[in-house]
Design a protein around this ligand. Structure first.
Ligand SMILES: [Zn+2]
Ligand SMILES: [Zn+2]
Length: 355
């Protein structure tokens, strides 16, 4: 019903970034997404390029498929709503919780929809309208309204920041903790900011790249180069003791070994990074020294809503997290530069409405 007036003044094709196989991605016209019952049509303001998108682009993770449009870290404005949707005015700023779950299994009933065996994720599932496009149609239940008092583009940071929020929560982060985050990329930054929000005042990030350490300094988070002599002692010095919680935002054998060896015996390590599908660690660092190793993946809907509520308060440090902005036309070269390691930017946002 709402559609009729919209169709008259809008073209029937939209520009989207289409993945065609390893290292091949192009801007193409795709059919205009139509909001079905319970869905909302959003005009995308900006979408972040995630590390998982880059690994999909290079073919490394096998979780992206030729012909699909990626993009799950996004913010947009409501254009129209499909049947059965009320209360979302055109123009409303909103982000999208990208996890679509069945709502009825044990995991969903427990509020752990990201563990739903039937979950589908926007930007990962090729059948779902996704965010590297001018327009996307998404379930209204996944749309989270944002206020005009925050910078609109910061809405694209909510998804990666929620990953850090969940990881810190999985580690039981609290005010008495001394927290080491291993890796200062977007997820490491999210972990450090989340640990602070969860009450930890003593947080340090281990990061070898000088540009990323400069970013961390700008957002008020101390960092240490893991290649420095006496790394373990330096971390303990900065934190006032050995870490009681380590969040591994890299996920390689060396990062996890580092997290386990620097963290105090009996304490907790959370594995959230996914750099390598298999890791090799010291079994005794877990058994004899009784460290707890906890996995962390994605976020609950509540983690996402809590993170959106925080971003809605326009924390000033978030502006520093965005290091590059590109149009859809420039997105293919941005993907290639990030994959080749030539773009030092931590987070790159794509603006599909820009030419
Ligand atoms: Zn992501
Ligand atoms: Zn379910």
């Amino acid at each position: 019903m709402v559609r009729a007036s919209v169709d008259l003044d809008r073209r029937t094709l939209v520009r989207a970034l289409v993945f065609h196989g390893p290292w091949r991605i192009a801007v193409e016209d795709r059919p205009d997404p139509v909001p079905g019952p319970g869905e909302v049509l959003l005009r995308v303001v900006s979408t972040g390029i995630c590390g998982s998108d880059i690994h999909g682009f290079t073919g490394e993770n096998g979780r992206r498929f030729p012909g699909q449009v990626m993009g799950h870290e996004t913010v947009g404005r409501v254009v129209a709503t499909g049947p059965e949707v009320t209360g979302l005015e055109p123009g409303t700023l909103a982000t999208v919780h990208p996890v679509l779950a069945c709502g009825s299994c044990d995991a969903c009933q427990a509020g752990l929809d990201y563990r739903c065996p039937r979950r589908r994720i926007i930007g990962v599932d090729p059948a779902l309208s996704s965010a590297f496009a001018e327009l996307m149609a998404v379930p209204a239940a996944n749309v989270v309204e944002l206020p005009e008092t925050m910078p609109a583009e910061h809405g694209a940071l909510i998804e990666p920041l929620a990953v850090g929020h969940h990881a810190a929560a999985r580690g039981g982060c609290g005010p008495t903790d001394r927290v080491l985050v291993v890796g200062g990329g977007p997820i490491g930054q999210a972990c450090a900011l989340a640990a602070r929000r969860q009450g930890a005042e003593r947080v340090v990030v281990s990061e070898p790249h000088a540009g990323r350490r400069a970013l961390l300094a700008d957002i008020g988070v101390p960092s240490v180069d893991p290649n420095d002599d006496g790394f373990t002692d330096v971390v303990a010095e900065v934190l006032g003791g050995a870490p009681t919680l380590a969040l591994d935002a890299v996920g390689s054998s060396s990062s996890l070994r580092s997290a386990l060896s620097v963290c105090a015996p009996g304490e907790r390590v959370v594995l959230v990074g996914m750099h390598e599908p298999k890791v090799s660690i010291s079994a005794y660092a877990v058994s004899i020294e009784e460290r707890t190793l906890t996995g962390s993946y994605c976020y609950t809907k509540q983690d996402f809503l809590d993170t959106a509520a925080w971003v809605a308060t326009a924390p000033p440090e978030l502006a520093r997290l965005i290091e590059d902005r590109v149009s859809l036309a420039r997105a293919p070269e941005a993907f290639a530069a990030l994959a080749r390691g030539e773009n030092p930017a931590s987070k790159v946002l794509v603006f599909p409405g820009d030419s």
